[in-house]
Design a protein around this ligand. Structure first.
Ligand SMILES: NC(=O)c1ccc[n+]([C@@H]2O[C@H](COP(=O)([O-])OP(=O)(O)OC[C@H]3O[C@@H](n4cnc5c(N)ncnc54)[C@H](O)[C@@H]3O)[C@@H](O)[C@H]2O)c1
Length: 274
């Protein structure tokens, strides 16, 4: 029978990339709230330190490591350092990523390669590093990749980003099939419509991120945008004992938008309101 403790991550040691702000910060704090020690990796040393301090305020061990996840050797060194400082790692969350927005035919080769280098390859490098150690130790482990709904459907303006995240979703499936026999679960989440500082980098053709995002709510059945906590909840579930037979999945966290036709305007059946 399930016990409430199955949802807790007490004593687990997690690592989250891109955890200095936004969704990654929310995931790091969520994992800590449910009992995990958390290594915070980010290219921005200051924000990484800030998140690590917040994890410690929650009563858990943390270390902040400044790293560019696009550099495989640096990422592997950071994983090694985090493992040494926390006494091992049980959970890896590959979250660092960002999108460049413009018409597909305007991307040159180096820009395309850059999106793959940031949004796809580090999740492979981190999984390879962790799986080798977890297999040798016979410990099992859990990997969660932060993809996007744009990796499931096409999305104008995000060609290389969407392709990279689609690759991440397929990598999640393949790794889950290869690593499952060793007790290693590999899953992904696919967020959508979540205001974070990172959206400020996207060219929105004159709209502010807030204007763009609020225009989106009319397409979302649950009629609000996502939050980092929404994403953290899904990651906690996937890393917990409640998901011990869940692997290879991509859990869409989007207020119900992806499964539905894009119907604008007021509720389709106002008379359903009492
Ligand atoms: N916000 C959304 O609406 C949304 C939707 C779908 C998917 N996502 C995904 O969620 C993840 C987090 O997005 P966010 O909106 O919180 O972004 P964000 O830009 O607010 O945060 C990203 C973090 O990653 C770090 N980072 C960037 N490049 C890095 C690198 N090379 N090495 C190490 N760290 C690096 C940044 O410093 C930052 O702290 C991304 O993978 C993104 O694709 C976001």
């Amino acid at each position: 029978m399930l016990d409430v403790s199955d949802v807790m991550l007490t004593g687990r040691r997690a690592l989250v990339t891109g955890a200095g702000q936004g969704i990654g910060e929310g995931i790091a704090l969520g994992l800590a709230s449910f009992g995990a020690d958390v290594a915070v990796l980010d290219i921005n040393e200051q924000t990484a330190e800030r998140t690590a301090a917040r994890v410690r305020e929650l009563g858990h061990e943390s270390t902040a490591i400044c790293v560019d996840v696009r550099a495989s050797a640096s990422l592997e060194s950071a994983l090694e350092q985090a493992s040494e400082e926390l006494g091992g790692l049980d959970i890896i969350v590959n979250n660092a990523g960002t999108a460049t927005h413009k018409p597909a035919i305007q991307f040159d080769d180096s820009e395309f390669d850059e999106q793959i280098a940031l949004n796809l390859k580090p999740s492979f490098v981190a999984a390879r590093w962790a799986a080798k150690r977890w297999i040798a130790a016979g410990s099992g482990g859990s990997i969660v990749n932060v993809a996007t709904t744009e990796g499931i459907r096409g999305c104008p303006g995000f060609a290389p980003y969407s392709a990279a995240k689609a690759g991440m979703i397929n990598l999640t499936k393949t790794l889950s099939s290869e690593l499952g026999p060793y007790g290693i679960r590999v899953n992904a989440i696919a967020p959508d419509y979540t205001p974070t500082p990172g959206l400020g980098h996207i060219d929105l053709e004159g709209q502010t991120p807030e204007e763009m995002m609020s225009g989106m709510t009319r397409f979302i059945p649950l009629r609000r945008l996502g939050t980092p906590d929404d994403m953290a909840g899904a990651v906690i579930f996937l890393c917990s004992g409640l998901a011990s037979w869940v692997s290879g999945q991509t859990l869409v966290i989007d207020g119900g938008a992806l499964p539905c036709a894009r119907v604008e305007g007021p509720l389709p059946f106002p008379s359903l309101r009492p």
